[in-house]
Every structure is written in structure tokens, then in C-alpha cells.
Design a protein around this ligand. Structure first.
Ligand code: CDP
Length: 234
């Protein structure tokens, strides 16, 4: 059966409503909140600071370290607190999605810690976390060549869609989820995962949809950063 209408009335290439804010945690060197629909991520950046234990230090450049966590109350069914296989995987892909943009050459033996906390989840949390983390890194003043924008695209039933919510991920007749992160200025893809099945030509089309959505996201992220710093340095 054809997937004719999205539950929330969105067009197939339309993202959910987005809100972005920078500087939400005073104690952190940089922080941000990113909301897309009912998915909310908070990111906090600490560092550069000395990396311990010492054997982990790299005298050539600093290290980016990302931690992803979904809070127990972020979904209806309580999530067991503490690290899981899933949270470790997402921490790692977050790190890889952000690494190409940060330049830590000036900070030998140091670490920049990024903590992503998902306070409410309705699918697309790794992408929301990456968007928040990129903004938090910029807020912390970490040298970066670009922001990173991320969104999940995929296929629900027979339709290619942007920004799947949980009901779409769980669509009875099958859904494919493809989270994508992009450095908008260079068009570099720093995250591409695929959970499900799509034909090659569908993947290409879905990637185009992701790129277009990421450009929109990028504008919102930049606007949030500008909002905090507007008027400073005058
Ligand atoms: O969140 P993301 O799409 O990046 O990753 P996922 O592993 O595909 O999870 C999809 C969604 O399933 C999450 O966003 C949550 O809404 C939900 N989920 C859950 O309810 N309980 C979990 N332990 C993990 C995920």
C-alpha cells in the first residue's frame, strides 16, 4: 500500500519544526540546545583541557571525545541509565561526524569533551545531537572549518521522506532510516548510516534531499549562534 500522507501533515521533504539555542549551560565552555519536532538534544563542551590518563595524550594535536546519552525519561518506556552498546555507537559516530571540522592542532595533549544528552526522543536523536554539538563547539570557540548539520532521511512505505519521526520509523509496511551529516560549505559527508533497504537510485535521491535539508538546518544553527553573540565586541 502506498504511503500517501504523513501523520503530522508535513510534505515528504519537510522537516519538523526546529528550534535552536546557544549558551544554555553556564558552567560549560560551550553549549547548545537543538529541537526538531519532539526530539530535543542538549550538548555541552568542556575543554580544551589536559587529557588523562597521560598515555592517551597526543603531542601532535588535541583529541575530540564525544559522549551520547539518552535520559531515562526521554521516551515513554524508561531507559536503563548508563552506557549501552547503542549509546557507545552513537558517541562514536558523533565523534566521527564532527572530527573533520574541528582543528585541534593548537592543543597538543588536550581533550575537548562533548556531552550530548537527549532529554526527549522521537527519532532522529543522533542527528539532533550532532547539530547541537556542532553549535556547542562553535560556542566554546573551538577552531572549526564549518558547522555540521545532520538530518535523517529515508523511505517510509514507498515514499522517500526527510526527518522521520518515531511513528514513521515504526511504519508497519517497512521503513528505512538513513542519518546523514554534512559540512555544508564543502559538501563533505561526515556521517552516513543506513538502517533498512533502499535501491541505489533512491539513496542518491535521499542524499539530495538530506543536503537540501542540511542547508536549511545550517541557517538555523548559524542564526542561533549569531543571536548569542550579536552586539558583542562592538
Ligand atoms: O534516535 P536515532 O534515530 O538516531 O536512533 P535509533 O537507534 O534509530 O532510535 C530511534 C528512536 O527509537 C529514538 O529516537 C527513540 O525515539 C526510540 N528509542 C527508544 O524508544 N528506546 C531506546 N532504548 C532507543 C531508541
Amino acid at each position: 500500500m502506498s504511503y500517501t500522507k504523513r501523520k503530522d501533515g508535513r510534505k515528504f521533504d519537510e522537516m519538523r519544526k526546529i528550534k535552536a539555542e546557544v549558551g544554555v549551560i553556564k558552567n560549560a565552555n560551550g553549549s547548545a540546545k537543538f529541537q526538531i519536532g519532539d526530539t530535543i538534544a542538549i550538548a555541552a563542551v568542556y575543554g580544551p583541557r589536559n587529557l588523562y590518563p597521560k598515555f592517551l595524550q597526543n603531542p601532535e594535536e588535541g583529541k575530540l571525545r564525544c559522549n551520547y546519552n539518552m535520559l531515562s525519561f526521554s521516551v515513554d518506556e524508561r531507559i536503563r541509565p548508563g552506557p549501552s552498546r547503542r549509546s557507545k555507537e552513537i558517541g562514536l559516530v558523533t565523534e566521527r561526524a564532527l572530527s573533520p571540522t574541528v582543528n585541534l592542532k593548537e592543543f597538543p595533549n588536550a581533550v575537548v569533551d562533548v556531552f550530548v544528552e537527549i532529554i526527549q526522543a522521537d527519532a532522529g536523536t543522533r542527528c539532533a545531537g550532532i547539530c547541537a554539538a556542532a553549535m556547542a563547539l562553535a560556542d566554546a570557540g573551538i577552531p572549526m572549518k564549518d558547522l555540521v548539520s545532520a538530518v535523517s532521511v529515508g523511505k517510509v512505505g514507498d515514499k522517500l521522506v526527510v526527518d522521520l519521526d518515531k511513528s514513521e520509523e515504526d511504519y508497519e509496511e517497512g521503513a528505512t532510516d538513513m542519518p546523514v551529516a554534512i559540512l555544508p560549505r564543502s559538501d563533505e559527508i561526515s556521517l552516513l548510516q543506513l538502517d533498512g533497504e533502499m535501491e541505489a537510485k533512491e539513496i542518491i535521491k535521499a542524499l539530495e534531499m538530506a543536503k537540501k535539508a542540511c542547508l536549511e538546518l545550517n541557517k538555523i544553527q548559524k542564526e542561533a549562534i549569531r543571536k548569542k553573540y550579536k552586539g558583542e565586541g562592538k
